[in-house]
Design a binder for this molecule. Structure first.
Ligand code: ATP
Length: 539
């Protein structure tokens, strides 16, 4: 993660976080934000009324009213925190839901695949998704605490400043640099440990390899545990060394500024005691001074710790804002077709975004409705790329694709894609039910799902609501060939007019492959089919 360049940026991001709270749950957010100043005010009123009670008692005056105020303010300081915690919980849930849904809705707007070609952006995207469950909690807990402690700090200074403005100013002068330098050191520690350290990703990777499902077989077969744990430990130790340096710096700085704070407080204590002894101020004011100093240093230390705890979550919000503002060059067309008759591919060339190598050069051909086209070529010659262009996952760099004489760019993409179906080379294995894996939410026809599975010879005895992943309760796992049959069943299920099959049978045994092809061709006589393969026998 990149460092936040200035404190100003930090504040701006903090504001955009509050804005997000309001968007996610207006009323609850207002309640949460209002509780912060009320809590801050209650604590300052409690100190002030305690001072009044002591002064009035020592002057033999009636102190009843101030006592009532003290009781109410103290009750509020005790009662409000648990209420605030519960309401913050509600806001956190709403914010988590809001952020996750807004990320998914934004992704729906990105109809090109170009974003996944940008390695930087892909990293950001992964991090946004991975952290979306817990970052909102941090944002609320620390975001609200910062507001409350800041207000408490200001109110306490005002209380003190009424008696000695210079002392209040001196405290600010000592405390602010201490908090800034402390904040900087915290930030540096964070950067060293999590961000700047090139090792952090590697550490993550090592634990992933040993704990995850992906590499579980090799890791056990080759007993890779001791070696990887060793690698982890030695890398961890060297990373920690850097962090320890920063922590020691933190001890020096804190000691320096805290000594200054003790000196200023001592001077303050002396001044207030002197004033009370000379009967210029009442005893209550001395009590107020002691309470204010305790409260000031408490709220300052919470403020500093929470500010640095919030730091990485604000960097996350920065990525969130960046993703929300991301636009690709995709523009949807408005024309709609009932039936797709022919394709005219005219002189198309294509270079992937963030790449210099031209993958397709000056390709032209024509396909009529119902034709079955085989695309054959060497590895890496651009067959899958051509299919991606025909589905408008990218626009050609040059040339045009005409569908019934209309430029593909002018067609409404949702209407157009509704008429297509595809089995991709690396098709999706959704961790959803068998039913959803075949229908992929196009419609909900149980009979059609069953007959599609029958036609691809999927003969594993499973109920349609079995989840196809061991990661979920009662889920199951399939073989490579069984998965490929499910991907093909999606095509049998579809009412599409155009089918794209990219190496759809690589994992099937020879007998299944032949039978499924025969059935597929017999069933799809009227459909246009683009068929990518290396197997000339299949062609
Ligand atoms: N997103 C991408 N960004 C940059 N280059 C890419 C991208 N995807 C593919 N390529 C490159 O484009 C070229 C064509 O890839 P493509 O997948 O279309 O080939 P193919 O003919 O389908 O290959 P195969 O027979 O191995 O499946 C390859 O050199 C590949 O490395």
């Amino acid at each position: 993660m990149k460092k936040l360049s200035s404190f100003k940026q930090y504040i701006l991001l903090l504001f955009s976080t509050y804005k997000l709270f309001f968007k996610a749950a207006k009323l609850v957010a207002i309640f949460v934000v209002l509780l912060a100043p009320i809590q801050a005010l209650a604590s300052v009123i409690a100190i002030n009324s305690a001072q009044e009670v002591v002064s009035q008692v020592s002057n033999h005056q009636s102190y009843f009213n101030q006592l009532i105020i003290w009781i109410i303010a103290t009750a509020l300081t005790q009662l409000l925190p648990p209420i605030a915690t519960s309401v913050q919980g509600i806001l956190t849930d709403k914010l988590t839901g809001y952020i996750n849904v807004s990320l998914m809705k934004k992704s729906q707007k990105l109809q090109f695949l170009a974003i996944f070609d940008d390695s930087n952006y892909y990293d950001d995207l992964k991090m946004l998704k991975d952290d979306a469950m817990w970052r909102p909690t941090n944002l609320i807990v620390f975001g609200v605490a910062i507001l409350q402690q800041l207000l408490t700090f200001i109110f306490m200074l005002i209380l003190l400043g009424r008696y000695n403005l210079w002392l209040a100013l001196a405290l600010v002068i000592v405390m602010i640099p201490q908090s800034i330098s402390y904040y900087r050191v915290q930030q540096e520690a964070f950067e060293t440990m999590v961000t700047r350290s090139k090792n952090a990703r590697k550490l993550d990777y090592y634990s992933d390899v040993l704990l995850g499902r992906r590499d579980a077989k090799e890791v056990r077969l080759f007993n890779m545990f001791p070696a990887i744990i060793n690698n982890y430990l030695s890398l961890f130790k060297s990373t920690r060394k850097e962090v320890d340096k920063v922590r020691i710096k933190q001890i020096y700085i804190s000691t320096l500024f805290l000594s200054l704070l003790v000196i200023v407080s001592g001077i303050g204590f002396f001044w207030f005691s002197h004033q009370v002894a000379a009967r210029l101020l009442s005893v209550g004011v001395l009590l107020m001074f002691i309470s204010v100093i305790a409260s000031l240093s408490n709220s300052l230390s919470v403020l500093v710790t929470d500010t640095s705890m919030l730091y990485d979550s604000l960097l996350w919000i920065k990525k969130y804002n960046k993703f929300q503002n991301y636009t690709d060059s995709f523009e949807n067309g408005s024309q709609e077709l009932q039936t797709i008759h022919d394709y005219q591919i005219k002189n198309i060339s294509f270079t992937y975004p963030f790449s210099d190598t031209e993958v397709l050069h000056n390709i032209s051909f024509m396909v009529k409705k119902g034709e079955k086209i085989a695309i054959v070529g060497e590895n890496g010659s651009g067959k899958s790329t051509l299919i991606k262009l025909l589905m408008r996952f990218y626009d050609p760099s040059n040339g045009e694709i005409l569908v019934d004489n209309i430029d593909l760019k002018d067609l409404n993409i949702f209407n157009y894609r509704q008429k297509l179906s595809a089995t991709f080379q690396n098709f999706s294995k959704f961790k959803l039910s068998l039913f959803d894996n075949v229908s992929v939410f196009r419609s909900s026809d149980e009979q059609l799902v069953k007959s599609s599975l029958y036609k691809v010879e999927f003969n594993k005895d499973l109920s349609l609501d079995t989840i196809l992943s061991k990661e979920f309760a009662n889920g199951t796992d399939l073989s490579g060939g069984q998965w490929q049959k499910i991907a093909l069943a999606r095509d049998f299920y579809s009412q599409a007019q155009v089918e794209f099959l990219d190496e759809p049978t690589a994992a099937l045994d020879a007998r299944s492959e032949n039978e499924i092809y025969q059935r597929f061709l017999a069933e799809n006589q009227g459909k246009t089919i683009f068929f990518v393969t290396h197997r000339l026998s299949a062609v």
